[in-house]
Design a protein around this ligand. Structure first.
Ligand code: ATP
Ligand code: MG
Ligand code: MG
Length: 351
């Protein structure tokens, strides 16, 4: 059978591997980090670095298609791999989503709303950006940020110096603070044939910059729901995208504002495992393998709760709850801020 190569062996790679196995594929995970969560379920694991050309060549030689579970794969590795095997989603989506500045420029370029933004490389840029955008604002590193890391809030111009220091000179963007009523995300998929399918938008609550819960259905009017799905489809079609993407949105009285896009399966899509016949992981594997997309309609309303750090101690109690499905990532140590697993609580039949 076909072999799917996955760059990255975290929990997303783990859940992709499980879905791929269920469809009869074999998975080869490439993950330099120690004790990768996906290591337990992958059929084959390469732990070499992304600089190791021989290991990359062997990996590419062993797979039919390459996908990834995180967007910060070194460009040099991708440059090499793409000469050997198809990478899905393609490079354009990665280029755009690896850099918040390129991402916002892309989104604006296709007519979508984003926060006000300006590039910031030094204190002069920052002073100008604050003049232009005002405060409150958020300074974010252009690259490598996740779970709210690499961000500093600027409540007043006097906070500028501390914010720059917090980012330690990394190239950054200043974003105007969006006064949103709530946050939602669309988990969208596009097949090799260009067909698109979206899961119903979920409503997201963050705690300390980390996703805490996703609840389905989200509070959205019928027209907001249509807007959300259409804008997601526009992003995927413009990028000629193949696979699943997470599109994070702020809901405001002036419409939906795109916060960021993630060219992969997304934490806010984990509810689909227990709310839909076909979940985001199977949908992604179907897309990258060239299968038809599955039907992502939900059968149940769900609340997904992330188990962060010591939250994992709640598992024995949660396991007694007949409305709860437990998903653990097999991580040994429950460090603060570390995603250990999640649970999906059935709220009832789909409303
Ligand atoms: P992720 O883990 O989702 O990749 P991240 O580190 O890339 O997170 P963002 O999604 O940019 O971070 O921001 C994290 C959260 O901070 C957002 O979900 C939102 O709650 C808040 N936030 C970010 N940017 C803004 C903004 N411009 N205005 C208001 N709130 C914001
Ligand atoms: Mg992000
Ligand atoms: Mg985010």
């Amino acid at each position: 059978g076909a072999v799917i190569g996955i760059l990255g062996g975290g929990q997303l790679g783990r859940m992709l591997s499980v879905a791929a196995s269920r469809l009869g594929f074999t998975c080869h995970i490439y993950e330099p980090g120690a004790e990768p969560p996906a290591g337990h379920v992958a059929h084959r694991l390469t732990t070499a670095s992304y600089e190791d050309e021989a290991a990359l060549r062997a990996f590419a030689g062993s797979v039919d298609v390459i996908t990834y579970e995180f967007e910060n794969i070194p460009a040099s590795a991708l440059d090499f791999l793409e000469t050997l095997k198809p990478i899905r989603p393609g490079r354009k989506a990665l280029r755009v989503s690896q850099d918040r500045l390129a991402e916002k420029a892309f989104l604006r370029g296709i007519g979508l709303q984003t926060a006000a933004f300006a590039a910031v490389d030094d204190e002069i840029d920052l002073a100008e950006a604050i003049d232009e955008i005002g405060t409150p604002a958020i300074l974010k590193t252009r690259r490598f940020g996740y779970d709210g890391k690499g961000q500093a809030r600027i409540m007043a111009p006097a906070d500028a110096e501390a914010a720059l220091a917090a980012l330690a000179g990394a190239p950054a963007v200043l974003e105007g603070f969006v006064e949103f009523s709530h946050e939602v995300s669309v988990i969208a998929a596009r097949g090799l044939d260009g067909e698109t399918a979206c899961f119903d938008p979920g409503q997201n609550v963050h705690r300390d910059g980390i996703l805490h819960t996703t609840t389905i259905p989200a509070q959205l009017s019928a027209s907001q729901r249509t807007d959300a799905v259409l804008l997601a489809a526009k992003v995927l079609n413009t990028l000629n995208y193949v696979g699943v993407m997470g599109v994070e949105l702020f809901v405001t009285p002036g419409g939906l504002i795109v916060n960021e896009i993630a060219p992969r399966v997304h934490n806010s899509g984990h509810w689909t495992q227990d709310g839909c016949l076909i979940d985001q992981f199977e949908q992604h594997i179907r897309a990258v393998a060239g299968w038809p997309l599955g039907d992502g309609r939900r059968h149940s309303d769900i609340e997904m709760l992330n188990l962060i750090g010591d939250d994992v101690a709640q598992v024995p109690a949660l396991a007694k709850d007949s409305d709860v499905a437990i998903h653990l990532y097999g991580k040994a140590e429950a460090k603060p801020g570390r995603k250990m697993g999640h649970v999906n609580r059935r709220l009832g039949p789909a409303t």
